[in-house]
Design a protein around this ligand. Structure first.
Ligand SMILES: Nc1ncnc2c1ncn2[C@@H]1O[C@H](COP(=O)(O)OP(=O)(O)OP(=O)(O)O)[C@@H](O)[C@H]1O
Length: 899
C-alpha cells in the first residue's frame, strides 16, 4: 500500500495526469514482451483501460504548482502541441491567440464537436473547447436550474487577444446548433442569421473600429450580441447593443493610431473612383453614391495619420516597402473594406437614402474638422453653421481659436456618436424582428474591454480619461468574475448540503471604490462647480486619504523615483507635472490628469443642442444630442452598473483571451507577454483559490460502483469515502460525500482510477504469464528430447571409434616390435660373416640386397594386411590368417637368426 502511494504521489506531482497504462501497482512497467498475438493483446489491454478511464479535460486549477510560472509553463506546453483552449475552474476558458488557422474552428469542426458532445452525457468530460462553452451556454438557457433562462458569455483580454474572433466562433456554433433543432419553421435559418450578423459586424467595424498600436482592427466600443431562441430551440432573432463608445477618437488619436476606419475608407474610395464605378456596375450600386464619393474630394485627412498608422498592420515583408508603397497597400485595403461596407448595407436592407445620409454625415464632419465650413454645411445640410458656432464663442479665459476648436470637436464627437447609435438601431430593426428582450432563451455575448496602457514613442505612459474608463470597466468585470468564481465553487457544495470551502483571496473592491468614490466623484464635483483641471490632482489625493485609499494611489515619492529613472529625452518636466498613478489589478497605470475635465464633458453646449434639428439630412435631424449635465464618467457608472446587473441575471461563462506575443506571429509563445496578461486578467490572483476549490462531482452511486473494489467489506458510499480519505490522507485532500454527489479533486480521482486499472490488469497479466510458462515448458521438453536422441547416437559412434583406435594401436605395436627384431638380426649377420674387405663388401652388398628385397616383400605384405583390415575390418579368420603369417614370419626371423 505504501509503495502504491509513493508512486501515485509521483504521478500527482507531475504535470502529466494522463493515465500511465504501462504501470503496475508497484509502479513498474507492466509492458510484458508478448511473443505472440501482440496486436490482439494490446487491443484487449486498451479495452480494459476504457472501463474506468474516461478522459477528463485538463483544467488549469489542477496544476500541482498553482503559481503564475506554473501556469505559463503549462500553457506553453499546451500551445506547442497546437492546443489553444484550456479550462480554468468552473465556467472559464483560457483561449490562446495562435495568429494562424490551427484547424480548431469552422463548419466542419462544429459538426465534429457536436458529435463529441452527443457521445457524452456529463459535461465534465466534454473536451476543452470554445464550442463547449457555446454548447453549455445554449443548454443552460433551456435548463430548469437557470431561473432566468438566459446565459452570458463574456470574452475578456487585452486588445488583439482574440475576443472578437472568439465571439464570432461562438455565434457560428450557436447558429448551427439552433438550425439542427428538430423544429423547422419559417424562423431564421443559420445562413440567413449568420450572414446578417457578419454584415452587421462589418458595418460596426467600419464605424467603431480603428487601428491602434496593438491591433489594426481594434473595436473601440463594447458590444453585446444577444441571440434569442423559441422554446423549440430555434433561433428567432438577434440584437446588438453597443456601449461605452470611444468618442474622443473621432477628433483625436494617439501616436501610431488611426481614427475610425470609415474616414480612410471614404478617402480610398474617392482615390479609386473609376474602380468604384466598375464595381458599382457589377453589384448595382446606385449612381448617387458614386456622385457623393466624387463630391467629397476636397477633404484632406492628415497624411501623417496614414504614414504613422500603417506600420504594424502587416507582416514583416510589409516593413521593407517604401512609405508610398505602404500607403498604397493600406489604401487598397481600405477600398476593399469600403466595397464590403456598401454590400453589407444592402444585405441589411439600408435604403439608398440611408446610405447617402450616413456617408454625407461622415464626410461633413471631416470637412468641419478641417475648417472647411462651406463643404461641411453643404454635406451636413445645416445652413449657417459657421455663424452659429461663432456666436457661441465668448470672451472667456480661453483663446477664441481654442473655444471654436472645443465647440467643433464637441459637435463632431456627438454627431458621430449619434450616427453610430442610429446605425446600431437600424441594424437591429432588420436583425431582430422577433427579438424581445423581456422574453427568455437569450444568450448574450459580450466582446468586452481589455486592460489598456498607452505609451508614447519614448516609452512613457500617456493614459487619459478614456484609459481610466476602460480600466475601470475592466476592474468591474474582473470583480464580477471573482464573485462568479466564488459563487460557482460555493454552489457546488451548497447544492449538496455541504459547507463551502472557505478559501479567500484579495478582490479588487478597494480599487473600484477608489475610482468610483474618489476619481469619478471628484470629476463630477469639478464639472458641476466648473473648476479648471489644475487642482483636480490635489482634490483626488486629498479624497483618497479621507477614504483611506491612498495605498492604491502611486504617491509623489514613487513618482520621483520613477522620474529619476527616465532619460533626459523622456521629458522629465511633463512627467512630473500632472500625473497620478493607480495600482490596478493588472499593474500600475499613470494617468495624465491634464485634459481629464474637458474629456469628461459631453461637450455640445446647451445653446447648440438643437443645431441638428434644422438639417435636411433625415438622419442628422433626428439625433438627440447629449445633455451637457451628464459627464462621461457618470454615464460610465450607469452603463456599467446596468451591464453587470444584466449579467447577474444570467448563467455566466468567461473566456479569458491571451495574446501569445505582441508581434502577431504564429508559433511564438512569449512567456513574459503571457505573464503580464495573467496578472491583468486576474487569473494569477485567483489561481490559488481555484486550485483549492475546484472539484469534480460524481453521482454517489456511480462513485461507489466505480471504486468499491478498492476496499473489500465496504457496503456503502459513506464508508468507502471515509476509508479512501483515511488511506490517502497524505495527499491532504478530501473527498466529500454530498446529498446526491461525491465531490473529489480531479487529481485524486485519477489516482483512484489508476488503482482500479491496475486491479483489472492484474488477472489479465497473470493469465499471460501462465500462458508463457506453459509455452516455455513445452519448448524445453521438446529440446530435451531432441538432445537425448542426439546423445544416444553419439555414444554408439564413440564406442565404434574407440574399438577402431584400439586395433590400430595394436598393429602399431607389432610393427615396432618387428623393426627392433630386424635391427638385431642385421647386427648378428655382420658379426658372423667376418671376411676380407673386398669379398666381405661384395658379400655384404649381396646379403643386403637380398635382405632388402626380403624386407621390401615383407613390408608390402604388411601394407596389404593393413589395407585389408581397414577396408574389411578384422574377423577371426583374418586374425587367424594374420596370426599364422606372423608366426611364419617369426619362424623366418628365427631361421634368419640361426643362419
Ligand atoms: N482563434 C484564432 N485563430 C487564429 N487567429 C486568431 C484567433 N483569434 C484571433 N486571431 C487573430 O488575432 C487578431 C486579433 O483578434 P481580435 O480582433 O479578435 O482581437 P480583440 O481582442 O477583439 O481586439 P480588440 O479588443 O482590439 O478589438 C485577429 O484579426 C486574428 O488575426
Amino acid at each position: 500500500m505504501y509503495q502504491e502511494n509513493e508512486n501515485e504521489d509521483q504521478l500527482f506531482e507531475s504535470n502529466q495526469y494522463r493515465h500511465d497504462s504501462s504501470r503496475n501497482q508497484y509502479g513498474e512497467s507492466a509492458q510484458v514482451n508478448y511473443s505472440q498475438n501482440n496486436q490482439y493483446q494490446n487491443n484487449q489491454q486498451s479495452q480494459i483501460m476504457k472501463i474506468n478511464n474516461e478522459q477528463l479535460p485538463f483544467n488549469l486549477a489542477d496544476l500541482p504548482n498553482p503559481s503564475a510560472d506554473g501556469i505559463v509553463d503549462h500553457l506553453k506546453n499546451t500551445f506547442n502541441q497546437k492546443q489553444i483552449y484550456i479550462e480554468f475552474g468552473y465556467k472559464t476558458l483560457v483561449s490562446l491567440n495562435p495568429y494562424e488557422d490551427t484547424g480548431h474552428l469552422g463548419d466542419c469542426q462544429i459538426q465534429n464537436w457536436k458529435n463529441k458532445f452527443l457521445q457524452k452525457n456529463d459535461p465534465q468530460y466534454f473536451p476543452s473547447h470554445i464550442y463547449k462553452v457555446a454548447q453549455l451556454a445554449f443548454q443552460s438557457c433551456f435548463s430548469e436550474n437557470n431561473e432566468y433562462k438566459t446565459s452570458s458569455i463574456i470574452a475578456q483580454g487585452i486588445s488583439g487577444s482574440g475576443k472578437t474572433e472568439a465571439t464570432k466562433s461562438i455565434i457560428s456554433y450557436i447558429a448551427a446548433e439552433s438550425e439542427s433543432g428538430s423544429f423547422k419553421s419559417k424562423n431564421l435559418q443559420k445562413a440567413e442569421i449568420e450572414e446578417r450578423l457578419v454584415s452587421s459586424s462589418l458595418i460596426f467595424e467600419a464605424f467603431g473600429n480603428a487601428k491602434t498600436k496593438t491591433n489594426p482592427n481594434s473595436s473601440r466600443f463594447g458590444e453585446i450580441v444577444s441571440v434569442q431562441f423559441n422554446k423549440q430551440e430555434k433561433l428567432v432573432g438577434a440584437n446588438i447593443s453597443t456601449t461605452l463608445f470611444e468618442r474622443i477618437r473621432v477628433t483625436q488619436k494617439g501616436y501610431m493610431d488611426r481614427n475610425y476606419h470609415i474616414f480612410y475608407q471614404l478617402k480610398a474610395a474617392y482615390q479609386r473612383i473609376q474602380e468604384l464605378k466598375n464595381f458599382a456596375s457589377q453589384v448595382q450600386i446606385n449612381y448617387n453614391i458614386l456622385k457623393l464619393v466624387e463630391e467629397i474630394k476636397s477633404f484632406q485627412l492628415d497624411s501623417e495619420f496614414l504614414l504613422l498608422s500603417i506600420q504594424t498592420q502587416h507582416t514583416s515583408s510589409f516593413d521593407e516597402l517604401s512609405i508610398q508603397q505602404k500607403e498604397k497597400k493600406q489604401a487598397d485595403l481600405d477600398f476593399e473594406n469600403f466595397k464590403e461596407l456598401l454590400q453589407s448595407f444592402g444585405t441589411l436592407n439600408f435604403s439608398l437614402e440611408d446610405i447617402i445620409n450616413i456617408l454625407q454625415c461622415v464626410a461633413g464632419l471631416i470637412h468641419l474638422k478641417e475648417d472647411n465650413y462651406e463643404k461641411a454645411e453643404q454635406l451636413l445640410k445645416i445652413p449657417n453653421l459657421k455663424e452659429t458656432i461663432n456666436s457661441n464663442i465668448t470672451n472667456q479665459f480661453q483663446s477664441k481659436k481654442l473655444q471654436a476648436e472645443s465647440i467643433i470637436n464637441g459637435i463632431i464627437m456627438d454627431f458621430y456618436y449619434k450616427l453610430f447609435i442610429w446605425i446600431q438601431n437600424k441594424v437591429n430593426q432588420d436583425l431582430s424582428k422577433e427579438y424581445n428582450p423581456n422574453k427568455k432563451f437569450i444568450i448574450n455575448f459580450f466582446d468586452s474591454f481589455g486592460f489598456e496602457v498607452i505609451e508614447n514613442e519614448l516609452g512613457i505612459q500617456q493614459n487619459q480619461l478614456e484609459q481610466l474608463i476602460l480600466n475601470y470597466i475592466n476592474e468591474k468585470l474582473q470583480n464580477y468574475f471573482y464573485i462568479q468564481v466564488i459563487q460557482n465553487s460555493a454552489e457546488i457544495f451548497t447544492s449538496e448540503n455541504l459547507q463551502p470551502i472557505s478559501a479567500d483571496f484579495e478582490k479588487n473592491d478597494r480599487i473600484i471604490t477608489l475610482i468610483e468614490d474618489v476619481f469619478f466623484t471628484s470629476l463630477r464635483d469639478c464639472h458641476l462647480l466648473q473648476r479648471n483641471t489644475e487642482n483636480l490632482k490635489e482634490i483626488i489625493i486629498k479624497k483618497s486619504y479621507e477614504n483611506c485609499l491612498q495605498a492604491y494611489l502611486i504617491d509623489e515619492n514613487q513618482l520621483k523615483t520613477k522620474k529619476q529613472n527616465l532619460t533626459k529625452s523622456q521629458n522629465k518636466h511633463k512627467f512630473e507635472q500632472n500625473i497620478l498613478g493607480i495600482r490596478h489589478t493588472g499593474g500600475e497605470v499613470y494617468y495624465q490628469m491634464e485634459g481629464f475635465l474637458t474629456r469628461n464633458k459631453y461637450s455640445v453646449s446647451e445653446n447648440l443642442q438643437n443645431i441638428n434639428k434644422i438639417s435636411q439630412n433625415s438622419i442628422i435631424n433626428k439625433f438627440e444630442l447629449q445633455s451637457q449635465n451628464q459627464t462621461v464618467s457618470d454615464h460610465t457608472l450607469i452603463v456599467t452598473k446596468e451591464m453587470i446587473q444584466s449579467f447577474k441575471q444570467s448563467d455566466t461563462w468567461f473566456i479569458k483571451c491571451l495574446q501569445t506575443n505582441n508581434l502577431w506571429q504564429p508559433n511564438f509563445f512569449d512567456q513574459n507577454c503571457i505573464l503580464t496578461q495573467l496578472k491583468q486578467s486576474g487569473i494569477d490572483q485567483i489561481m490559488q483559490f481555484q486550485s483549492q476549490t475546484y472539484y469534480l462531482s460524481i453521482p454517489n452511486q456511480e462513485f461507489f460502483d466505480n471504486y468499491r473494489s478498492l476496499c473489500s467489506d465496504i457496503d456503502n458510499e459513506q464508508n468507502l469515502i471515509v476509508y479512501l480519505n483515511q488511506q490517502y490522507k497524505d495527499l491532504n485532500q478530501q473527498i466529500y460525500h454530498g446529498q446526491r454527489k461525491t465531490l473529489i479533486k480531479s487529481n485524486f480521482k485519477k489516482i483512484l482510477d489508476n488503482r482500479i486499472e491496475n486491479q483489472q490488469i492484474q488477472p489479465y497479466l497473470r493469465t499471460q504469464i501462465n500462458v508463457q510458462n506453459q509455452e516455455l515448458q513445452d519448448n524445453y521438453q521438446k529440446q530435451l528430447k531432441t538432445f537425448t536422441e542426439k546423445l544416444k547416437i553419439s555414444e554408439e559412434e564413440a564406442k565404434f571409434q574407440k574399438e577402431r583406435a584400439d586395433a590400430l594401436q595394436d598393429k602399431l605395436n607389432k610393427l615396432e616390435e618387428y623393426t627392433q627384431n630386424m635391427q638385431i638380426l642385421l647386427t648378428q649377420i655382420s658379426k658372423v660373416f667376418n671376411m676380407p674387405q673386398q669379398q666381405q663388401q661384395q658379400q655384404q652388398q649381396q646379403q643386403q640386397q637380398q635382405q632388402s628385397q626380403s624386407l621390401y616383400q615383407q613390408f608390402q605384405f604388411e601394407q596389404l594386411v593393413m589395407i585389408h583390415d581397414e577396408t574389411f575390418g578384422q574377423n577371426n579368420n583374418n586374425q587367424n590368417t594374420i596370426g599364422q603369417q606372423n608366426d611364419d614370419q617369426g619362424k623366418n626371423q628365427e631361421f634368419g637368426k640361426i643362419e
